[in-house]
Structure formats: structure tokens, C-alpha cells
Design a binder for this molecule. Structure first.
Ligand SMILES: [Fe+2]
Length: 176
């Protein structure tokens, strides 16, 4: 099972929260794979989650990287496109073959690889680019609320006094 550790932090609480949502669902996939029989409804849910997640989280994170002029921004966008492409292939195979254990095992392995190669090596570079008094929140919130329901605990928007910031394409800067 994946466990959160400080090395995964990006310096942006909202991005970290989104990553924790991903960890939670990859662990759900691992639990599903431990069973003798794959539950179709659970597999459907997890595939649907990943589809929504890549569309919404990647866009948010890329906005943050651009906002803070993170040098990892081009690499981040490139790798996001690669994972989106890989997930599109998984979705095609899933639609054709259904919840085959081998297919879901490959999906799980891909996502664990993603955590360790992408979040740890690319996303974490955001940390050095974010000013210390900054907080970031998602906008618009309704698009994210479905994913927020899948969190283990905590609130989606973390940090900051709220209300005093300036909206900047999804990233909000306290006092800026
Ligand atoms: Fe990323």
C-alpha cells in the first residue's frame, strides 16, 4: 500500500491534497486486486475516477507550475500528456475486455510507477518555486467536488486566510 511521506510534498497544500486522493484510490485498486473476483462496480468507479482526475488535477497543477514559473513546468506537461495517453489505452482495453485482473494489475503498476517517477521527481520541484506565504485553492470548486468525496479525510482547500487573495487561473495568492 502506498503511504504519504514528506518527500511527496509540493509546497502547495491543494496539490498535495489532490495527490492524497490519488494515493487513496490506487490503494483501493490494490485492495480490489487482492480479491478472488473483481467487482465490476468498484473497477468502473476507479477507472472513472482516474479519467476525471487526470482531466482536473493535471490542469490545476500545470496552472500552479506556470504561475510560479517552475522550471519543471514543460517536463510536467509532457509527462501528463504521456499518462493521459496511457490511460486512454487502458480505457479502450477496459471497454473491450472488461475488468480483467491482468489489465487492472497493469494499471496499478503504471500508477505506482507514476507516483514514484513523476510526483517524486517532477511535481515535487514545485516546492522550491512557491513563496512561503502562498496558498492555493481550486477553482471552480464544483468540478472538483466529486473527487473530493473520495478523500480519506481533510478538506480540499487547505491553508490561507481566504477572501483576501487574488484569483489567478485557479491559483490564489494571499495578499498579492
Ligand atoms: Fe504533475
Amino acid at each position: 500500500m502506498l503511504e504519504w511521506k514528506p518527500d511527496y510534498e509540493t509546497g502547495v497544500p491543494a496539490v498535495d491534497t489532490q495527490h492524497k486522493v490519488l494515493f487513496n484510490n490506487i490503494n483501493r485498486l490494490e485492495k480490489l486486486l487482492d480479491k478472488d473476483e473483481i467487482e465490476r462496480a468498484e473497477a468502473d468507479y476507479l477507472l472513472d475516477f482516474l479519467k476525471q482526475y487526470v482531466a482536473q488535477h493535471f490542469q490545476f497543477e500545470e496552472t500552479c507550475m506556470a504561475r510560479y514559473q517552475c522550471p519543471a513546468h514543460p517536463k510536467n506537461k509532457e509527462q501528463h500528456a504521456q499518462l493521459q495517453n496511457a490511460l486512454a489505452h487502458f480505457n479502450q482495453d477496459y471497454a473491450t475486455f472488461g475488468p480483467l485482473k491482468e489489465l487492472l494489475q497493469r494499471l496499478h503498476a503504471t500508477m505506482v510507477w507514476w507516483i514514484n517517477s513523476h510526483i517524486l521527481k517532477v511535481d515535487s520541484q514545485l516546492k522550491g518555486c512557491v513563496p512561503s506565504k502562498v496558498f492555493v485553492e481550486l477553482s471552480p470548486e464544483p468540478d472538483w467536488s466529486a473527487l473530493a468525496n473520495h478523500m480519506i479525510s481533510g478538506k480540499l482547500v487547505a491553508g490561507g486566510a481566504g477572501g483576501a487573495g487574488t484569483a489567478l487561473g485557479g491559483c490564489r495568492i494571499a495578499g498579492a
